[in-house]
Design a protein around this ligand. Structure first.
Ligand SMILES: *[C@@H]1O[C@H](CO)[C@@H](O)[C@H](O)[C@H]1NC(C)=O
Length: 443
């Protein structure tokens, strides 16, 4: 390590998306950042792999079959997620100008599994009126609800329909519009993207804002609220790494950490690698670099499926998200299905990738947990199933100045990753993260 005894402000371990966003943002703020990864590639748990790397990981010693085509045509996300077109992750990208390193394509449709079938999630009043998800009277109630969500203004009681979203719970708001349980379910799980039903007892404002975000994101590109980077998610951490490098950040791959070094008060002073000691007052890392500082809070099962057809009942689109709400299949956690294809430069023509994921709830073989999602895919060419621990930090990091991120969850969108970035930023700097539009230098 050339910069052996030099002081950094922050050392970041692991090049997962959360860590790369933070090192990018900290570099822009003028912090001196050293970023290490034990792997030879960017992305850690959130990397995208080519065919050879995929087989190496899941079936060491086995060659990919020739029928799958060229290695380099595949970019398979280990943890696929879609971005809300108006979501927080897009704010991170645009406010840092990282979008210049990336190209995006929209996801063709957003669906929900309800009453034993897959239906498009209605995004606005007009779609609500033609949705097969609701009967004729329910459609009118849904239309009124969506209009209320759009128009609601704190300053204008005439827009509020007698519901104060600061004080009323979401359950009360639904009740005010007389919405049925199944309508509440797709609003809460497929539009607001809540992970369970606890939101019903929370103030309605959060859900109202999330439904607005969904609707505004659909308006942006039309077909669905989601977009996805060409060549896979693995390009996202790299783009933030490039941003960090532009602001003087140092990146080193193939470099593992042997030891954390602390002072007498137990505060971190640096890390030891095979090439020497690097010093800094703060360390940020993913759970795999600090196993003694995290607790297991669950497991997530993911199946990466290779298909040669679009997912049935998704309008023959080149891509889709399907949310299967917990109650539809007698579970405590939703099952997520995310599908992309050659249109997104992640596989050769006429191939499709579909990833099914959820939180593990039983001792049964993990595949049983996602059975209901796999069933929706039609014939599957090949399938790679994995179970990963979900880990969370034991402490905030205030005492030792080591800040550990959370594992990536089962959701097929980025909203929870962004929450972790905000949470880490607050713990690291003591202040909330406010994304200011970067002043772009004119060339
Ligand atoms: C809604 O409730 C909040 C908190 O109690 C209050 O400050 C606000 O004035 C209320 N808004 C209306 C329109 O009553």
């Amino acid at each position: 390590m050339e910069k052996k005894d030099e002081d950094y402000d922050v050392i970041v371990l692991g090049t997962g998306l959360t860590e790369c966003i933070l090192s990018g943002l900290l570099s822009v703020e003028g912090k001196k950042v050293l970023h290490l990864d034990r792997n030879s590639y960017y992305g850690g748990e959130s990397a995208s792999l080519n065919l050879t790397q995929l087989f190496n990981k899941f079936r060491p010693g086995q060659e990919p079959p020739a029928s799958l085509g060229r290695d380099r045509d595949w970019n398979v996300d280990l943890i696929p997620k879609f971005m809300m077109a108006n979501g927080e992750i897009v704010k991170f990208l645009t406010h840092t100008d990282v979008t210049r390193y990336l190209d995006f394509k929209q996801i063709s449709g957003s669906f929900v599994y309800s009453g034993q079938r897959v239906s498009k999630v209605p995004a606005n009043e007009i779609e609500a009126l033609s949705s097969p998800l609701m009967g004729i009277f329910e459609k009118r109630r849904m239309k009124k609800f969506l209009e209320w969500v759009q128009r609601y203004s704190d300053a204008d009681p005439s827009t509020q329909n007698g519901v104060n979203i600061s004080t009323a719970t979401m359950a009360e708001a639904f009740k005010a519009f007389g919405l049925s349980e199944s309508t509440q379910e797709f609003i809460g799980h497929a539009m607001a993207l809540h992970l369970d039903d606890s939101y019903l007892q929370q103030p309605a404002r959060d859900t109202v804002e999330k439904v607005r975000l969904y609707a505004a994101s659909v308006l942006r590109y039309g077909k669905s609220p989601y977009i996805y980077p060409m060549y896979g998610l693995g390009d996202l951490p790299q783009a933030f790494a490039r941003l960090s490098a532009v602001y003087g950040g140092t990146y080193m791959l193939n470099t593992d950490v042997e030891e954390f070094i602390y002072d007498d008060q137990g505060k971190i002073t640096g890390v030891k690698t095979a090439e020497g000691v690097a010093r800094a007052k703060q360390v940020i890392c993913d759970p795999s670099y600090a196993p003694q500082k995290v607790k297991k809070v669950g497991s997530v099962v993911r199946a990466i499926c290779l298909l040669n057809h679009p997912i049935p009942n998704t309008n023959n689109g080149d891509s889709a998200q399907i949310v299967i709400p917990q109650n539809q299949i007698g579970r405590k956690h939703d099952v997520y299905v995310a599908s992309v294809s050659s249109e997104h430069m992640v596989c050769p023509k006429d191939h499709y990738l579909a990833i099914v994921s959820t939180i593990v709830e039983t001792d049964k073989p993990a595949e049983m947990e996602i059975h209901e999602g796999l069933k929706l895919l039609g014939p599957i060419v090949d399938k790679f199933v994995s179970v990963s621990p979900l880990e969370a930090p034991l402490e905030s990091g205030a005492n030792d100045q080591v800040f550990v991120s959370r594992s990536y969850d089962a959701t097929s969108h980025f909203e929870t990753v962004c929450e972790d970035v905000h949470d880490l930023w607050l713990r690291i700097t003591g202040e909330p993260l406010v994304l200011k539009k970067k002043e772009t230098e004119q060339a």
